[in-house]
Design a protein around this ligand. Sequence first.
Ligand code: AMP
Length: 281
Amino acid sequence: MRVVRDPREMQDLALAKRRSGARIGVVPTMGFLHEGHLSLVRIAKREADWVVLTLFVNPTQFGPKEDLDRYPRDFDRDCALCEAEGVDVVFAPETPEVYAPDHTVYVVEDVLTRGLCGASRPGHFRGVLTVVAKLFNLTLPDVAVFGEKDAQQLRVIRRMTRDLNFPVEIVGGPILREADGVAMSSRNKNLDPASRRIAPRLYQSLCAARTAYEAGERRMAALRERVLETLGDLSPGAVDYLEVVDDVTLESCGERADAPVLIALAVQFPGVRLIDNIRLD
Ligand code: AMP
């Protein structure tokens, strides 16, 4: 396995690979890898001949009051996990190599990013799309794999790829969870014990809505109520948002959840914001 730091070296390597006819897969991550990330690597290995995992804590997707400085990092452990998984290249650039000090160009999506995390984290998706576009240009993938854990992100990246004609196939991977249902996340490490004890309620509440949906409940307000009821008092956490949205447009589904919907929620715990979602079809 090769570790590449220099963006130019990464691009030259990818260009040579593409010219040799290899199919390139990329898995973009911010590191502190867990099974969720590794499940995406396994998908990429099935889909491509040569797999690049990118490790970059992207500052432009963090707001000024967010957890950029506290974001967990463990480069050596990440590399060992990648090696064991058969990753071909770990691309781990430094911030000044990725962003010129006077960079002025960003990628912005105007509609799918209006709600959910786009509303509570202004500028977040501008940072995500900009870095993903840059990573596509540096790793030249045929296929890129992203997790359903970040459901809005996946849909926004699909839209960017379509609208900017990136020749990249976007593949989504299912959410991997801890035994108690908590969606795996690098940020879970930063939960204090009280918050970690409450965290399973996020998924439990989504499952309660799914049970109601499977029993025929289609009223949006009733589905939402099931989630809130199960969430109960989350202190020391608090709900940031809870939305039942159309799975394609990400707009509120209106009074009835007749088309496939996504129930997405974000909970702010002390110093850690967790997101989760479920798709009902
Ligand atoms: P992150 O390092 O958190 O930016 O995530 C990198 C990629 O891994 C994104 O495409 C995430 O959606 C995906 N991911 C994160 N957590 C999970 C999980 N629990 N299951 C599946 N994919 C995940």
